[in-house]
Design a protein around this ligand. Structure first.
Ligand SMILES: *Cc1c(COP(=O)(O)O)cnc(C)c1O
Length: 462
């Protein structure tokens, strides 16, 4: 697909449907876009839940399809087909060779995760030396904050979103307390303007400029989990550095979703989970990144044997030969059973590029937006018709694949009706439905089906 066109999804949708002589809302267009999707082969790499296997519902899908509409890859990605194969291989190796598995096979347990770091680094735009796979996301956030957050009387604040993900909020709050500071004074929370859903980049930058000399760490998400807003990480990093702050991102919703260039942007540190867009399965192995410029200067606060130079790690001298940079933050030997599904997923990512995924994503989400606006925006002649409001920014450059929707009817009821009809999406309190067409495995036909099913779900309101 022509990237220039994909930048303006509306234009592309209207142009292609005109060429085809069909309506932009017709199924024919969705089928055409799927046929011309260079990345459609990637869907075959995943196991898609079938409606028949989901909790029993009193309705079946109107279009008779057997596959559920899976729009919740922002919460838990689909299972790569190779995940089971790789796990089976390791169980087999364990059964047959016991402890020899540490050094045998294509995935020696003692350094299996090292093989994945190159693949992982490509997805986040970093050098392999800047990336480690370990622990869970919140654990990594704590480990990195312990090393980077060194508050002083003058520079003690952490800047984060007012509605940051709860785990991030608690992590930052407890880090501030741990250092003997007061969260009510040291947590600087960014709020959208009155009556607005998302943060304006200019407001983020001006806050950093205004408060910068009291901010130790700017710690934002890359993509906001609730609104789906994609932040301008490059500009934020530049602004933070101009004020002498460290700049860090929680990439839980950005990794595998947005194009990242952590190294080039100069981001100081970052962490992410891998079970969302990276499809590693619930509780999968998380990621951490520390920029090269800090490799010999910012030391981990907590040490374990896995941070020791691999060559001499097993000589058990009790004299630490710390690996430089993020590798030195590793504490424990890796859970090989978590390495397997992540490997399966990252290998799929390596069959394409984030640039190509992103190009498809802009069009796929733009297509969803187009159909939602067509059917459910206000100003229709029928005022009794339910209205869907998109709170995610309308500019494709300021969002990933997720659209967050709010409804003129109670969201819980809409969500339940969608579930009954084989749609997997996700509801977040207080009133948002998050819908994420994932370019790796979702299709334009999925989007078209979803919008039709949404119509019947809304029509089914009491
Ligand atoms: C999903 C998510 C988490 C979850 O944290 P875990 O440690 O993986 O349980 C934390 N922060 C953000 C921003 C998230 O999106």
């Amino acid at each position: 697909m022509d990237p220039a066109l994909a930048k303006s999804p509306r234009e592309m949708i209207e142009k292609v449907s005109e060429q085809l002589g069909c309506s932009p809302t017709s199924r024919e267009l969705a089928v055409y876009l799927d046929q011309h999707d260079d990345l459609r082969f990637l869907r075959q790499e995943f196991l898609l839940p079938k409606i028949a296997d989901l909790p029993p519902s009193d309705l079946s899908l109107a279009d008779g399809s057997k596959d559920c509409i899976y729009f919740v890859g922002n919460s838990l990605g689909l299972q790569p087909k190779n995940a089971r194969k790789y796990i089976d291989e390791e169980l087999e190796k364990w059964a047959k060779t016991g402890i020899h598995g540490h050094e045998m096979g294509s995935r020696p347990w003692a350094w299996a995760e090292n093989n994945l770091e190159v693949l992982m680094a490509n997805v986040v735009g970093a050098n392999p030396e800047e990336v480690a796979l370990m622990n869970g996301l919140t654990v990594n956030l704590h480990l990195l904050m312990l090393a980077f957050y060194k508050p002083t009387a003058k520079r003690h604040k952490v800047l984060l979103e007012n509605q940051a993900f709860p785990s991030d909020h608690y992590a930052v709050e407890s880090q501030i307390q741990l250092k003997g500071f007061d969260p009510s004074r040291s947590m600087l929370l960014l709020k959208p303007r009155q009556g607005e859903d998302t943060l304006r980049t200019e407001d983020i930058l001006s806050t950093i400029e205004r408060e910068g000399d009291s901010i130790a760490v700017v710690m934002l998400s890359g993509v906001q989990y609730y609104t789906g807003q994609l932040f301008d990480m490059e500009a934020i990093t530049r602004a933070g550095h101009a004020q002498g702050c460290y700049v860090a991102f929680d990439l839980a919703h950005a990794v595998g979703n947005a194009e990242l260039r952590l190294h080039d942007w100069g981001v100081d540190f970052a962490c992410w989970c891998t079970y969302k867009y990276l499809n590693s399965g619930a509780g999968g192995l998380a990621g951490a990144y520390v920029h090269d410029k800090h490799r010999d200067t910012v030391k981990p606060a907590l040490l374990g044997w896995w941070g020791h130079n691999l060559k001499t790690r097993f000589q058990m001298t009790n004299v630490m030969d710390l690996q430089p940079g993020v590798k030195g933050y590793r504490l424990s030997n890796q859970p090989i059973l978590l390495v397997c599904p992540l490997q399966a997923s990252l290998e799929i990512f390596s069959k394409t590029t984030m640039r190509d995924l992103r190009r498809k994503s802009v069009l796929l989400t733009g297509y969803l937006e187009y159909l939602l606006l067509h059917y459910y925006s206000q100003n229709r002649s029928d005022p009794t018709r339910p209205v869907v409001r998109i709170i995610t920014p309308r500019d494709p450059a300021q969002r990933g694949c997720q659209l967050s929707l709010s409804f003129s009817t109670p969201v819980r009821a809409v969500f339940k009706e969608l579930e009954k009809r084989g749609v997997a999406c996700d509801m977040r309190e207080p009133d948002v439905l998050r819908v994420a067409p994932v370019p790796l495995y979702n299709s334009f036909t999925d989007v078209h089906r979803f919008v039709a099913v949404l119509g019947s779900a809304l029509g089914a309101q009491p």
